[in-house]
Ligand binder design. Structure first.
Ligand code: HEM
Length: 595
């Protein structure tokens, strides 16, 4: 027997053992509310929820309400939740009871180190305390001008591809490269020259390969806690050497590249901040096109390192925690924003009226700030002006509501508890219930998608993409939530007496989301820390591209968005293969009649 076969047999035995353990462990658990029958003895309802599951997810909630009992792998019962009060309990009120699953935390620790998405409890709170101010409005304002050249470069690149007139271009590689460049420059202050098509950086390539490779390991992920608990690092490495699973080997290499690169950048930054860098290997302000440092210390990690140095010993993060934040932030902020930007461009291409209205708004704003000689298209909008454009804001909000890039998250109950509901559901025997007893170790799936489509909160047209819902009849922005402070000079309409007119707020009931009462960026202590940055990036890219370029849909190709956890756009057969992520759009220079 070869070493590879022996390794495979060991792995198989372990997997079987873990399966049997899980089967016997789950028998005792029961969630006494209604839900669908299992669809498959192994996959339960999971494949319908997680693979191209948009319709199925919405049907689940339509049929059973805001809390549904579903079947996971091997028949395990889990709770699928979108009820507003239940979500408030899960992410805010009792967040210590509903923690991330072991699979999530342990898997992330192996991949990213000790960053925000790998820690729990006090350690996580300590990290957030240090990191929250780093993502402050003031720091975002400061960052905006330093990242404008990325949007300009993306625009120039697309312009260079349409010199012969209108062209069909798949925008996915470009929004993806753009988002990578954005997050690397903003977070690390470093450019990998990702928008240069001739350049391939090992790190950028590793990040691009990360999600597709991780997806191929989806069946192995549930066994991560078992391996971490039962095998030393040395043994885990040996087992990985033995097992002949190609994606696992590739994933290991990806993680190694990510770690090595961030370690190098971290060491340079640390030296620069401590003033010990001797020969200027920290190449600040390099000419466009080269890789290296860019941000002159305004980037997120530099701010973090300085804040850490000046904080008291109790609050300080260790070196491994600081290093852990680097890949965490890059990973969390890369694909999510790339997907949202592609979706926005796709929606604008399919709705020429919305595109023209946004372009008019951007032109008016830029013309109001144009100097004597500059063309209005070249005006860079300040943070406050950019964030204060009402229609742009409505477009971004509505897109992130109807099409949240991350649709489903999971948590597990660390002790038995009772989950209260805003809207009653039926028990398994058909009685109305307003709360659900949950045993310890119950997995809870948070459906961001179903919450954002809840008709009780967003109205009967909840699933329609209608940016106007965020505007008053005179085109001003409706006030969104109590305590939200708009930038200076921003027109805000006071909350209407008829609460139903305020999006995301019905009869005083609303979701606990950090952003516009929607769950897209979650809420509570583990809400997305980078949502202001994501919003700023998307708005900067849109205003820059739309000033120069016009987008429309190709007549003969149907673009279809699959919901596989993350959103995946494909072209349906026969024009496409229905598999490869792509958004082909027709792009040309803007004409006078495009406003
Ligand atoms: C449209 C873009 C984005 C979406 C939809 C999004 C969504 C989310 C969601 C739903 C979570 C909670 C995940 C969980 O609890 O398992 C999260 C967490 C996080 N996000 Fe974002 N995100 C986006 C962009 C960004 C950006 C640009 C950054 C960084 C600059 C970022 C950094 C993070 C980090 C570090 C966390 C972990 C927070 C914690 O555990 O304390 N995200 N994000």
């Amino acid at each position: 027997m070869s070493v590879a076969h022996a390794g495979a047999s060991v792995l198989l035995a372990l997997v079987l053992w873990a399966l049997v353990k899980r089967l016997t462990a789950t028998k005792a658990r029961a969630i006494d509310i209604a839900g669908p029958e299992t669809d498959h003895w192994l996959k339960g309802n999971y494949h319908r929820i997680f693979q191209d599951g948009l319709e199925y997810n919405l049907q689940l909630t339509e049929k059973y309400g805001g809390a549904v009992r579903i079947h996971a792998l091997l028949g395990e019962e889990q709770l699928y939740v979108s009820d507003p009060r239940a979500l408030h309990h899960i992410v805010v009120k009792e967040q210590d009871v509903y923690e991330e699953t072991d699979m999530f935390i342990m898997g992330n620790k192996l991949i990213f180190g000790e960053g925000l998405i790998s820690t729990l409890g006090e350690q996580h709170r300590k990290q957030r305390k240090m990191l929250n101010p780093v993502f402050s409005l003031a720091n975002m304002r400061d960052l905006l001008p330093t990242i404008q050249p990325i949007a300009d470069q993306l625009c120039d690149l697309l312009v260079s591809k349409i010199t012969a007139g209108e062209q069909e271009i798949d925008i996915v590689p470009w929004t993806s490269r753009g988002a990578l460049e954005y997050i690397c420059q903003a977070a690390l202050g470093y450019t990998f020259d990702a928008l240069n098509p001739e350049k391939t950086s090992e790190y950028a390539e590793a990040l691009r390969r990360f999600s597709p490779t991780a997806l191929r390991l989806i069946l192995i992920r549930p066994f991560v806690p078992f391996f971490v608990r039962n095998f030393s690092l040395q043994w885990r490495n040996r087992i990985m050497d033995w097992v002949p699973i190609k994606p696992l080997k590739e994933f290991r290499r990806i993680v190694e590249v990510m770690h090595r690169t961030c370690k190098g950048i971290y060491a340079d930054k640390k030296s620069a901040i401590e003033g010990t860098l001797v020969d200027g290997s920290l190449k600040l302000n390099e000419p466009q096109g080269a890789t290296g440092f860019r941000s002159r210390g305004r980037d997120i990690i530099s701010i973090l390192l300085r804040a850490n140095r000046s904080s008291n010993v109790r609050d300080m993060l260790t070196e491994s925690e600081l290093l852990g934040q680097m890949n965490t932030i890059i990973f969390a902020g890369f694909e999510t924003t790339a997907i949202a930007t592609s979706r926005l461009l796709y929606l604008l291409a399919s709705r020429p009226d919305a595109q023209a209205r946004l372009r008019r708004e951007v032109r008016a704003a830029k013309m109001a700030h144009v100097g004597d000689s500059a063309r209005w298209q070249d005006v860079n909008l300040s943070y406050d002006v950019l964030m204060g454009l009402p229609y742009l804001d409505a477009l971004v909000r509505e897109t992130l509501r109807v099409y949240p890039p991350t649709s489903l998250l999971s948590r597990t109950t660390r002790k038995s508890t009772v989950l209260p509901l805003e809207f009653p559901v039926r028990s398994a025997s058909g009685q109305e219930v307003t709360s659900i007893p949950l045993p310890e170790n119950t997995t809870v799936i948070i459906s961001i998608l179903a919450a954002n489509h809840n008709k009780e909160i967003w109205g009967e047209d909840a699933s329609d993409w209608r940016p106007e819902r965020w505007l008053t009849s005179t085109g001003e922005r409706v006030r969104l939530s109590d305590g939200e402070n708009p930038p200076d000079g921003y027109v805000v309409v006071e909350r209407s007496e008829e609460e139903d007119k305020v999006p995301g707020n019905r009869n005083g009931i609303k979701y606990p989301g950090v952003y516009a009462s929607m769950m897209t960026f979650l809420g509570g202590g583990r809400a997305c820390i980078g949502f202001k940055f994501a919003e700023m990036e998307m708005k900067q890219v849109l205003t820059t591209l739309l000033s120069t370029l016009h987008f429309s849909l190709p007549a003969e190709k149907e673009i279809y968005w699959k919901m596989n956890g993350l959103q995946v756009p494909v072209v349906r057969p026969p024009a496409g293969d229905g598999q490869t992520p792509q958004v082909p759009l027709k792009i040309r220079l803007v004409r006078d009649d495009d406003y």
